[in-house]
Write a protein that binds this ligand. Structure first.
Ligand code: HEC
Length: 142
């Protein structure tokens, strides 16, 4: 049965117009645009604050790491400048002291607890410590 005065073409056109307007009202967010917009939030800037590993001087290392025990004598560490305490240790020779500092000894943690110190840096720190306590070791240059 046909509805009077309502040709099919008119109904079809009305339905089509409705569809078109619905599309226009709900614009889709472009996923790429969204990703670009939030990208800066996802990025974290990493700042370099430390001196490059391998380049630290004996003094810097002793101040930052070894002094925690060797300035105060904590855990019975031989104190910096205490020639009596250091003399028998210095007598072992530079290489033996460096090995002890790299590997640790009793209460003395390996590399003074600073695992990122290179062997050369530990050697520099040992020379700096021991040379203030009666030795005259030659430290590897930074
Ligand atoms: C947590 C405390 C602590 C820190 C940090 C520390 N030391 Fe020691 N250190 C000790 C103690 C304790 C001893 C004595 C160990 C022993 O002979 O029983 C010692 C001994 C030494 C000795 C003598 C080893 C020997 O054979 O007689 C050297 C050399 C040394 N430390 C170097 C360093 C250097 C270099 C650093 C820094 C990189 C450092 N220490 C950081 C506690 C520390």
């Amino acid at each position: 049965m046909h509805l009077p005065n309502t040709p099919h073409a008119v109904l079809a056109a009305a339905a089509f117009a409705l569809l078109l307007s619905a599309c226009g009202k709900a614009p889709q967010a472009d996923p790429e645009e969204t990703a670009r917009a939030i990208l800066p939030v996802g990025q974290v800037a990493i700042e370099k604050v430390k001196v490059e590993p391998g380049k630290r001087t004996g003094e810097e290392i002793v101040t930052a790491v070894c002094g925690a025990c060797h300035s105060s004598g904590a855990l019975n560490a031989p104190k910096t400048g205490d020639k009596e305490a250091w003399a028998p240790r210095i007598a072992q020779g530079f290489d033996a002291l460096v090995q002890a500092a790299i590997n640790g000894k009793n209460q003395m943690p390996a590399r003074g607890g600073a695992a990122d110190l290179t062997d050369e840096e530990v050697a520099r720190a040992v020379a700096y410590l021991a040379n203030q306590s009666g030795a005259s070791f030659e430290a590897p240059a930074p």
